[in-house]
Design a protein. Structure first.
Ligand code: UD1
Ligand code: UDP
Length: 365
């Protein structure tokens, strides 16, 4: 029987691959294995528990304050060992993390075909987001199957000379995961207070960027004492230091540990607006009709901006304060952004991906 190794390492990869694993294991002609690098530990395990996935291989590579080079080396050596032992016919990776790139590279070294989920996202700036833009460009060079979430991402791949027959437009599996969560959560509870939900972790914002984001949050919290600012803080120590130093103790700012996926979706649904630099949240919020302010200078997800549900704010304090204030003060401005749109998918991406993988493997055997 053909064996597929679905390899991931971080929270967003686990969320976006969970629906694909679900769909793959229903195919009788395939043996599906889940391999995790453990690039994230606690944040990965939370999601694995949510979706009741237990890994067949766990490299457990995470170290505190890991560097890109150390992390890459540990993933490469560990994955190479298991690819030699278990010899899958196809390796699946998702997105643009170190795990995704190194897994694709290691599979290539072993001459095993690679399927890339969420292919073709681009800012065309190798330093933003860094190193994700480089990672996804390099995966595109190596992949045999490219699952582009939208027509825009497909066109990016075509422009780079990726063979058209390897590209399949499927929608983003983030929407599949979100639909699963909504089904589980039931109706949205009515809130008495307006909540602004915040997340942030991007490497290119470390230092100055995070300092000015935190300053903006403090100013906003003082300006709007009746609004609650809720912030589940990423476990990266480089992020936690400025966040806790600047925001802890402000009365209407609630800092919390990372939430499991279902708790987080529940919090998103009950929020008035979301302030984030996350990739996945840019895809989820439009489906929920919650405006997203993206604290980055560029995004590889322009579909939300075009659909009118997201706004790029950058990381400068004054701009963040002004955009948030406008939405909190002016119901008409808020209503314009708070529309439900699904530019990223229809919840069926995982089934399409599983189907193409089966066809690909049957054609090979
Ligand atoms: C990584 C990805 C990024 C993705 C993000 C999702 C790379 C280069 N970056 O960034 O693309 O958007 O994950 O969150 O692949 N830590 C813990 N426990 C955890 C997770 C992280 O303690 O469960 C701490 C560790 O000290 C770790 C550090 O955070 O060394 C950084 O983790 P890492 O995966 O290297 O980078 P992220 O910033 O999380
Ligand atoms: N998320 C979560 N718990 C949290 C914060 C986020 O489950 O406390 C989910 C969120 O719904 C989204 C994903 O994690 O699906 C985004 O992860 P992150 O922002 O870390 O990574 P990115 O998407 O930027 O790569």
């Amino acid at each position: 029987m053909n064996r597929i190794a679905v390899i991931f390492g971080t929270r967003p990869e686990a969320i976006k691959l969970a629906p694909v694993v679900r769909s793959l294991i229903q195919r009788a002609t395939l043996e599906t294995e889940v391999w995790v690098t453990g690039q994230h530990r606690q944040m990965l395990d939370q999601i694995m528990n949510d979706f009741e996935i237990s890994p067949d291989v766990d490299l457990d590579v995470m170290a505190p304050n890991q560097t890109l080079a150390d992390l890459s080396a540990r993933c490469l050596m560990g994955l190479s060992h298991h690819l030699s032992l278990r010899k899958p016919q196809l390796v699946m990776v998702q997105g643009d993390t170190t795990t995704a790139f190194i897994a694709a590279l290691t599979a290539y070294y072993h001459q095993i075909p690679v399927a890339h989920v969420e292919a073709g996202l681009r800012t065309s700036d190798l330093l933003a987001p860094w190193p994700e833009e480089g990672n996804r460009c390099m995966i595109a060079r190596l992949a045999n199957l490219n699952f582009a979430p939208t027509n825009w991402s497909r066109d990016n791949l075509l422009r780079e000379g990726v063979a058209p027959q390897t590209i399949h437009v499927t929608g983003n599996t983030a929407v599949d995961a979100l639909f699963l969560a909504m089904k589980k959560l039931g109706p949205v509870p009515v809130e008495d207070k307006r909540k602004v939900l915040i997340t942030g972790h991007r490497r290119e914002s470390w230092g100055e960027g995070f300092a000015s984001i935190c300053e903006a949050i403090v100013l906003l919290a003082r300006k709007y004492p009746e609004v609650e600012f809720v912030y589940p803080v990423h476990l990266n120590p480089v992020v936690r230091k400025p966040v806790f130093e600047t925001l802890q103790g402000v009365q209407n700012i609630k800092l919390m540990e990372p939430l499991n996926y279902f708790e987080f979706v529940s919090l998103m649904r009950s929020s008035h607006l979301i302030l984030t630099d996350s990739g996945g949240i840019q895809e989820e919020a439009p489906s929920l009709g919650i405006p997203v302010l993206v604290m980055r200078d560029e995004t590889e997800r322009p579909e939300g901006i075009e659909a009118g549900t997201s706004v790029l704010t950058g990381t400068a304090t004054a701009r963040i304060v002004s955009v948030v204030s406008n939405l909190l003060d002016r119901p008409s401005a808020y209503r314009q952004l708070a529309q439900c749109a699904n530019p990223y998918g229809d919840g069926q991406a995982a089934n399409r991906i599983a189907e193409v993988c089966c066809r690909f493997l049957n054609g090979m055997s």
